[in-house]
Ligand binder design. Structure first.
Ligand code: MSP
Length: 641
C-alpha cells in the first residue's frame, strides 16, 4: 500500500514587509516536516507564497513611491529567493495576484453566492485601516485596536457578507469531534471559547471607492474581495481546485502551519468558507507561538527585526536551522538572542556532536588505518551497554516527538544519545584498549559501535540539518542518497560495513570564539586525556533524594584564616548561609547577584565556625572552580529537575 501523501502549507506572507526570522521559522517547520515525512517514504508537497492584495500593500507601495504591481513583484521576489538559501524545498510558490488564483477566488465566491450564503447589507462599525477589518467594541483595548494601538474609525457602508453565523454550530461540532483538528490544545480551546459567543457574519467586500487593489467580486463590479477571503483560498487554488490532479490527491491530507496571530482566520473563517463552498475541511491546523526579541515583539519601530540571511552568513545555515527547532517549543513563545544561538552552537554542535564525530573518526584512523574494523558479534555489547538498543530507543523517541511537532524533544532525544556515546568513549577508554593486543576485538567493537551510532545520528538530524547529515554520511564512507535517510533503514545496526574506507573528518561545526567562550575554556571538555572513571551506578530514586535548587547570591564574604573559603548568603525563597571553597577562583563581589546551584538538603555542617546549610555546586577546572549557573534567570529557590 502506498502511504498517503503529506501536504503542508505556510501562511502566504504579506508583501508589506521584508522576510524576517518569524517567516523563516514557520517555513522551516514546514520543510523539516516534509523531510521527515520523506524519511517515511511519503510523497510530500510544501506550499508557500505571498499575499499581495489589500490596503496594507497599497500603503507600503506608496511609502516606497512605487506602483502596487512593481512593489509586490519586488517583495514577493525577496521571499521567493530566500527559501532556497534556507535549504527549504518548496514545491510551489503561489502569489494572490496570479491568474490561477484569481480564477479560483471568483469561482468560489460565485458558488457561495449562488448557494445563498453571501448577501448584500449595510454595515456600520469601527474599522481599523491597519488591520483592514472591523472591530467589535469588546475586541478593542481601551477603545483602540489591540495591534496598532490606534483608534478605529466609525464607518458605514454597503457591503457583501458571508453567512458565517450559519456554520457556527457545525464548526463547534467538528472541532469537538476531531480533537486534534486545531493543535496544540491551547489554541483549540481558544477557538472553542471564541465560539461560545454568537458568531457574526463576515464582511467580505471592500467598495472600490476605498480600495481598488484586489479581486473584483464576480457578481458586483463595484467591489473588491476582502483580503482574507482572497488569501485563504490560496491553499486550494495552488493545487488546481476544483478538479486538478494535485487538488484531488493532496487536499484531503492538508496540514496548515501558522502562528497564533492568525488563529482566527484559519480556525474560524477558513473552515466555514470551505464548508459553505462544499469543499472538505483541512486535516489539521498547527499553531505555533511567537519569536520575541528582548521580550518584545519584533517590529520595525523597535528596530529589532531579525534578518535570517545575516545570521546564516555569520553562523552557518544548519546551525541556524538547529537553533530555531531546538529553542522553540512548538505552540509557545520563545525568545531570540544571538548569545543563546552562540551558546547552542558551542555546546550542542561543536562540543557534543562535533567532538563525538571527530574523536570517533580520529580513533578509527589511528587504530584501524581509516577502515571500519571487523567485529566478532559476541564482542559488540561487551562493554556494559548495548548501543544498538539505545539507538533503537532514540529512534522511537525521535519519531514520537516529531509526530507531535515537539521538535525540541526530538532533538533532545538525539542529543541524549550523543551524550551517551561520548560517555561510552570515556568509559571504554579505547586508548587504553589500544595498548593491549588481547583487547583488539573489544577495541574494534567500540569503534564500530560508535560509527554505527554516528550513522543513526546522521539520519535523525537530516530533517533539521540536511547538509550536516550528508557530510557525516560521506565521512562514514557512505554515498548519501535518499535511501540512507529512510527511517526503516536507520534501525537495524550493521550498516557501516567492515573494510569501508573512512575519509578523514573535518570539523563539523567550528566553535564560535567569543571572548566569553574563551574565558570559559570549555574546549577542554571531551578531550581524550581528561578521562575520569565514572562512579558506580545509582538508581533514579537515589538521585531524586538530592534536592538541588537555583539560588541567588545576596552577599559573599571571606572567612578569617580560611584562604579557600567564602561564606555566601543566598536567597532560595528563604535566606541561607553556605560555605564554599571557591575563594581562589571568585572575588566576593563577582558572585553577588549570580544564580548558582545549591545541594539544599545536605546535612548542615559547621565549617571554620560558620554553619553551612547546603553546598554550592561547581566544576573543578584544573586549579579553578567554575560555578554552576543557569542559562536564564529563574525564581530563587526553583528546584533543578
Ligand atoms: N498574509 C497573512 C497570512 C495569510 S494566510 C492565508 C499574514 N501574513 S504575515 O506576513 O503577517 O505572516 C504572518 C505569519 O508569519 C505568522 O502566522 C507566522 O507564521 C509568521 N510570523 C511572523 N512573525 C512571527 C514571529 N515573531 N514569530 C513567529 N512567527 C511569526 O498574516
Amino acid at each position: 500500500m502506498t502511504p498517503e501523501p503529506f501536504y503542508v502549507t505556510t501562511p502566504i506572507y504579506y508583501v508589506n514587509a521584508r522576510p524576517h526570522l518569524g517567516h523563516a521559522y514557520t517555513t522551516l517547520v514546514a520543510d523539516v516536516l516534509c523531510r521527515y515525512q520523506q524519511m517515511k517514504q511519503k510523497e510530500t508537497f510544501l506550499l508557500t507564497g505571498t499575499d499581495e492584495h489589500g490596503d496594507k500593500v497599497v500603503q507600503a507601495a506608496k511609502a516606497e513611491n512605487e506602483s502596487p504591481k512593481d512593489y509586490v513583484d519586488k517583495i514577493s521576489g525577496l521571499f521567493r529567493d530566500l527559501w532556497p538559501k534556507l535549504n527549504v524545498r518548496h514545491h510551489d510558490f503561489i502569489r494572490t495576484t496570479e491568474p490561477r488564483h484569481i480564477a479560483v477566488v471568483e469561482r468560489v465566491l460565485q458558488k457561495i453566492y449562488d448557494a445563498g450564503d453571501i448577501y448584500f447589507g449595510e454595515y456600520e462599525g469601527l474599522y481599523c485601516f491597519g488591520c483592514e477589518r472591523f472591530y467589535t467594541e469588546h475586541e478593542l483595548k481601551d477603545g483602540k485596536c489591540p495591534d496598532h494601538e490606534t483608534e478605529p474609525e466609525q464607518i458605514r457602508e454597503h457591503n457583501y457578507f458571508f453567512k458565517m453565523s450559519r456554520y457556527q454550530g457545525w464548526l463547534i461540532e467538528h472541532i469537538q469531534s476531531h480533537p486534534d483538528f486545531i493543535r496544540p490544545q491551547r489554541y483549540r480551546n481558544e477557538v472553542l471559547s471564541f465560539l461560545k459567543e454568537p458568531l457574526e457574519d463576515l464582511c467580505i467586500s471592500r467598495p472600490k471607492t476605498r480600495l481598488q487593489w484586489g479581486i473584483t467580486l464576480p457578481f458586483d463590479n463595484n467591489y473588491v474581495t476582502y483580503v482574507w477571503f482572497d488569501a485563504l483560498l490560496n491553499y486550494v487554488s495552488a493545487l488546481g481546485y476544483p478538479d486538478g490532479e494535485r487538488f484531488l490527491k493532496l487536499w484531503p491530507h492538508a496540514q496548515h502551519i501558522v502562528a497564533k496571530d492568525i488563529l482566527k482566520p484559519h480556525g474560524i473563517y477558513w473552515p466555514t468558507m470551505l464548508k459553505a463552498a462544499g469543499i472538505p475541511v483541512y486535516q489539521h491546523l498547527n499553531v505555533h507561538g511567537y519569536w520575541n526579541v528582548d521580550q518584545s515583539k519584533m517590529s520595525k519601530s523597535l528596530k529589532n527585526v531579525i534578518d535570517p540571511l545575516a545570521l546564516i552568513q555569520s553562523y552557518g545555515l544548519d546551525a541556524f536551522r538547529f537553533f530555531l527547532m531546538r529553542e522553540m517549543v512548538f505552540g509557545l513563545d520563545a525568545g531570540f538572542s544571538e548569545a543563546a544561538l552562540v551558546a547552542r552552537i558551542n555546546s550542542d554542535l561543536a562540543n557534543d556532536l562535533g567532538n563525538l564525530f571527530s574523536r570517533t573518526l580520529a580513533m578509527a584512523h589511528k587504530y584501524f588505518k581509516g577502515r571500519v574494523p571487523e567485529v566478532p558479534p559476541e564482542a559488540r555489547d561487551e562493554m556494559g551497554f548495548s548501543i544498538e538498543k539505545k539507538a533503537g530507543d532514540t529512534i522511537s523517541e525521535f519519531e514520537a516527538a516529531m509526530e507531535a511537532f515537539a521538535f525540541h524533544k526530538a532533538l533532545m532525544a538525539v542529543w541524549e544519545f550523543i551524550n551517551q556515546l561520548n560517555k561510552y568513549i570515556d568509559v571504554t577508554a579505547p586508548w587504553m584498549l589500544a595498548k593491549d593486543p588481547s583487547q583488539h576485538d573489544l577495541l574494534a567493537a567500540v569503534i564500530s559501535n560508535l560509527l554505527e551510532g554516528l550513522y543513526v545520528i546522521s539520519g535523525l538530524i537530516y530533517p533539521i540539518m540536511p547538509e550536516t547529515a550528508q557530510t557525516m554520511q560521506k565521512h562514514l564512507g557512505l554515498k548519501p542518497d535518499a535511501r540512507f535517510f529512510d527511517l526503516d533503514r536507520l534501525g537495524p545496526f550493521n550498516r557501516i560495513r567492515s573494510g569501508t574506507h573512512l575519509p578523514r573528518a573535518t570539523a563539523l561545526f567550528p566553535r564560535i570564539d567569543t571572548e566569553k567562550n574563551k574565558t570559559q575554556g570549555s574546549d577542554k571538555t571531551h578531550s581524550v586525556a581528561a578521562l575520569q572513571p565514572v562512579k558506580p551506578e545509582i538508581d533514579i530514586e537515589t538521585f531524586r533524594k538530592l534536592d538541588l535548587r537555583v539560588v541567588t547570591v545576596l552577599k559573599a564574604e571571606s572567612i578569617p584564616k580560611a584562604k579557600r573559603l567564602l561564606a555566601l548568603e543566598v536567597d532560595m525563597g528563604e535566606i541561607r548561609t553556605v560555605v564554599s571553597g571557591i575563594a581562589q577562583s571568585y572575588k566576593p563581589a563577582d558572585l553577588i547577584g549570580k544564580q548558582i546551584v545549591l545541594a539544599a538538603n545536605l546535612k548542615p555542617a559547621k565549617i571554620m565556625g560558620v554553619l553551612s546549610k547546603g553546598m554550592m555546586l561547581a566544576v573543578a577546572d584544573g586549579e579553578h572552580a567554575v560555578a554552576l549557573t543557569v542559562d536564564k534567570p529563574v525564581k530563587p529557590g526553583t528546584p533543578v529537575t
